[in-house]
Structure formats: C-alpha cells, structure tokens
Design a protein around this ligand. Structure first.
Ligand SMILES: C[S@@+](CC[C@H](N)C(=O)[O-])C[C@H]1O[C@@H](n2cnc3c(N)ncnc32)[C@H](O)[C@@H]1O
Length: 206
C-alpha cells in the first residue's frame, strides 16, 4: 500500500508541484529547513566531494554548493529543474541528475559523503538504497541520513507523528540497524519537537 502511495501520489506530486514544496516550508516558519540543516554539523571540511540524494527543491543543496564539490540525484524531474534554476541564480554549480536512489550512476568510492534529508523514509526498499549509498562513498567516508521517526524514549508525540507519516506512505525505520548491518560505525542524534527527527551518521571503515 505505502509503495503505491509513493509511486502514484508522491512521485507525480514532487514532479508537478515542486514549487509548492518551499511554500509549505515557508508557511511552517521554515521548520523543515532548520531541521534538515542539522546535517551540516556532521559534514567534513569544505572541498570534500558530496552527493545529496532526494534533494527536493534544493534549498540545502544550494548551501552545500557554496562549500563542497556537489552532485545530486532526485527521482522527480520537476525538483531537478527547480534546483538547477536555483543554483544558476546564485552562480553555484552541481552535477544534478534525474535518477533512482537504487541505481546511483557513480563509480565505487567516488564521494566523501552521501547525504539524504527526509527522503530515505520514502524509499520502499531501504536496504537497496543504502547499499548504493555505501558503495559510492570512499573508505572512511560517511553516509548521513536525516529523517523523522519514533524517539528512543518512546514519547507519545513522536509515536503519533510516526503513525501519521506511515498513513501518508512513509516507512519509519531504524537506520542504525541497517547501517550496522553494512559495517558502518554509527553516531545518532535526536532533536526537534518531541525528538521526532534524527540524524544518523554511518562511517565506512578506512
Ligand atoms: C520529502 S522530499 C525531501 C526533499 C528534501 N531533501 C528535504 O529535506 O525536504 C523527498 C524527495 O526524495 C525524492 N525521491 C523519492 N523517492 C526517490 C527515489 N527512489 N530515488 C531518488 N529520489 C527519490 C523525491 O522526488 C523528493 O524530491
């Protein structure tokens, strides 16, 4: 059912309504943008090679492109167009493409970091997406995932929100388990209202 919601509702919505995505963020006082920016704390020094998967309207991507050698992939052509325009308007560069998180068009070990914010929970086959993320980072590189989910303290607010995301077609999962199974060393932080957002950083052994 959730896979169908992703395929038949969210995929066309992200493509055709890309411009609305920022409007929603604006109406909520930029909350999502503040939450996704938490990932910046875990990034290496400027100049590293960074891939963002499911960058959406590209607000974070634009900020990253000021400091890193960027590439990005998103399934929605509308989001890719919007982000290309956003980068061009600010004179920033990134190698952007339309594609699937399940088949990244880069060679093994190509990036220092692969980052994804609020997109991982939209991938029905998380294991396949994570295998690809791990494949394209170099030994010692990082996979950084920001997403919503239940909090470690089991609080009701985060639990209810997680059920709501599931109704909308998202998959609430424990990225720590998935990353550990692939041999990554883990750091995890919860934050936001009810600690309902987390960042999980997995480092590939050098
Ligand atoms: C909820 S939006 C998140 C956008 C942005 N990263 C943010 O923090 O708000 C999810 C994004 O992931 C993309 N996406 C969903 N499934 C994907 C897949 N299988 N491969 C690549 N991108 C995908 C969507 O097109 C959309 O732009």
């Amino acid at each position: 059912m959730r896979e169908r919601i992703q395929r038949h509702f969210w995929a066309p919505a992200y493509d055709r309504l890309a411009r609305l995505y920022d409007a929603v963020d604006w109406f909520t006082g930029n909350t999502t943008h503040r939450l996704r920016k938490r990932a910046l704390r875990y990034l290496p020094p400027s100049g590293s090679r960074l891939l963002e998967i499911g960058f959406g309207s590209g607000r974070l991507h634009l900020e990253l492109a000021e400091r890193y050698a960027m590439a990005g992939l998103d399934r929605a052509p509308g989001m890719v167009c919007l982000t290309k325009r956003r980068l061009a308007a600010h004179g920033r560069r990134s190698s952007l493409c339309v594609g699937s998180a399940y088949a990244l068009p880069w060679p093994d070990g190509h990036f220092d970091v692969v980052l994804s914010t609020f997109a991982f929970s939209a991938f029905p086959d998380a294991g396949r997406a994570l295998d690809e993320m791990v494949r394209v980072i170099r030994p010692g590189g990082k996979v950084i995932i920001v997403d919503a989910g239940e909090a470690a303290d089991g609080n009701l607010f985060a639990r209810l929100l997680a059920r709501l995301w599931e109704l909308f077609g998202d998959y609430m999962r424990d990225e720590v388990v998935l990353m550990e199974a692939r041999g990554l060393a883990i750091e995890r932080e919860e934050y936001g209202p009810g600690r309902c957002v987390h960042v999980v950083v997995g480092t590939r052994p050098a």
